[in-house]
Design a protein around this ligand. Structure first.
Ligand SMILES: *Cc1c(COP(=O)(O)O)cnc(C)c1O
Length: 416
């Protein structure tokens, strides 16, 4: 029996408790879609760059006119000095399972990963090895190569299948009393594989090492429990599922008890005990503030405020529940409709190991992706042969997924 995916999409939309929130994001309604040339008919890249919320238009205008334009330098005292910590607390509560005072918004993801990796290694003097995997996001691997050169350390690589991810057994096999740091992604950017973060964190701790989790593809999409999992440090993007806009500053989490024992490598005035004393030497603050280097990117934080509040309001559990239905829809459609055309699913089918996107493999995916973009159907392509279908739960409807997947099928057929 064949499934009528159009009907199934309509039923899933009708039963979706988050459906009404989609209209809060610019470009999701039919009127805007038809009156705005180039507006995607199906947007499958919310895992790379989330859509803006309509509320951000007003917020950014008020920020320009009032907070900056009128209050000018007084706004530092009135609100901006604490903004990186206040917004960090909101991200922590809404999406990270983190109690207040452990999350801040700061530099770019790459720069924060560097700072945090160096800080962790500094807390394990005498240990000479860094554990990482061959399929982690390029910036993570490149940063660690540089740090290993800088500190004369050894990289211990875990070999990972591109349609899977790092397992606890693999980590257990490489950590030992030489390991200073383990740095991994929780959800793999390529396959969408979700690692067992609590188990891997425990294995790392049992070896006496520290762990830094890259949560760029997790935050705002899957349930994360940093406090419960006893994670040391985590870093993640704000422009993916948090919809903060291109280049929005990233956030980092440092567990409370580590904040006074680890030192960050870029000592700036914002991290000192009393920055306005402007004293003669660096004297780091005894809390999260020590990880802030200099004047924080206030402009870049504006567009993530409303989406983070929305996730807090609806709950990350509800977001995750919809995410699993969206990815399952794509997997079922692929099995039934695209598999006969030679398409395979590279993402784990087990929900316990599946993040927020689905990667589909076929020898012609690069070409297919380019053709889809010409028709305003926007997934993305990742080697080898992977079409990534990103499904941002708050901004994606099942009907949109159906429309996009039908176009994948038609375009694939046209390639012959
Ligand atoms: C998107 C992403 C990054 C991006 O880092 P930037 O400094 O923002 O360019 C880093 N790590 C992972 C796992 C990502 O998915």
């Amino acid at each position: 029996m064949t499934t009528n995916f159009d009907t199934r999409a309509a039923e899933l939309d009708a039963a979706d408790p988050l459906a009404a929130h989609r209209a809060k994001f610019f470009g999701t309604d039919e009127a805007t879609q038809s009156s705005t040339p180039g507006m995607p008919l199906a947007y499958f890249d919310g895992n790379s760059l989330g859509r803006p919320m309509s509320a951000s238009f007003d917020r950014i205008e008020a920020f320009l006119r009032h907070d900056w334009g009128t209050r000018l330098i007084r706004s530092w005292d009135e609100q901006w000095l604490d903004l990186p910590l206040e917004l960090g607390n909101k991200i922590g509560a809404a999406a990270l399972g983190a109690a207040p005072g452990q999350t801040f918004v700061g530099d770019s993801t790459s720069v924060l990963l560097y700072k945090m990796a160096r800080a962790a290694i500094g807390a394990r003097p005498g240990r000479t090895e860094i554990v990482l995997d061959t399929d982690n996001f390029p910036t993570d691997r490149y940063l660690l190569e540089g740090i290993a050169d800088e500190l004369n350390m050894t990289l211990r690589w875990i070999e990972v299948d591109t349609s899977s991810g790092v397992t606890p057994e693999q980590v257990a096999a490489v950590v030992n009393s030489n390991t200073a740091l383990v740095l991994l992604s929780h959800v793999a950017y390529r396959s969408g594989f979700m690692a067992d973060a609590p188990a891997i964190t425990k294995i790392t701790h049992d070896a006496g090492a520290l762990i830094v989790w890259d949560l760029s593809h997790s935050v705002g999409s899957v349930v994360v429990e940093l406090d419960k999992w006893n994670v040391d440090i985590a870093v993640g993007c704000s422009y993916k599922y948090l919809c903060g806009g291109p280049g929005a500053p990233a956030w980092a989490y440092v567990r409370k008890d580590l904040q006074t024992v680890i030192e960050q490598p870029i000592q700036g005035w914002w991290g000192t005990k009393n920055m306005f004393l402007m004293g003669p030497g660096y004297d780091p603050e005894n809390d999260l503030r020590r990880f802030i280097t200099g004047t924080t990117p206030v402009v870049g934080m504006q567009a993530m405020i409303d989406p983070v509040e929305l996730i807090g309001e609806v709950s990350i559990e509800a977001v995750r529940a919809k995410s699993l239905l969206l990815t399952q829809f794509v997997i079922d459609y692929t099995d039934e409709v695209l598999a006969p055309l030679g398409v395979t699913v590279a993402t784990p089918r087990d929900p316990a190991h599946r993040g927020g996107h689905v990667t589909l493999n076929h020898p012609h995916m690069r070409e297919l992706n380019a053709l889809l973009w010409k028709e305003d159907i926007i997934p993305d392509y990742r080697d080898p042969h992977g079409l990534r279908i990103g499904l941002s739960p708050l901004t994606t409807s099942f009907e949109e997924v159906f429309i996009g997947m039908e176009r994948v099928k038609e375009t694939l057929l046209s390639l012959g």
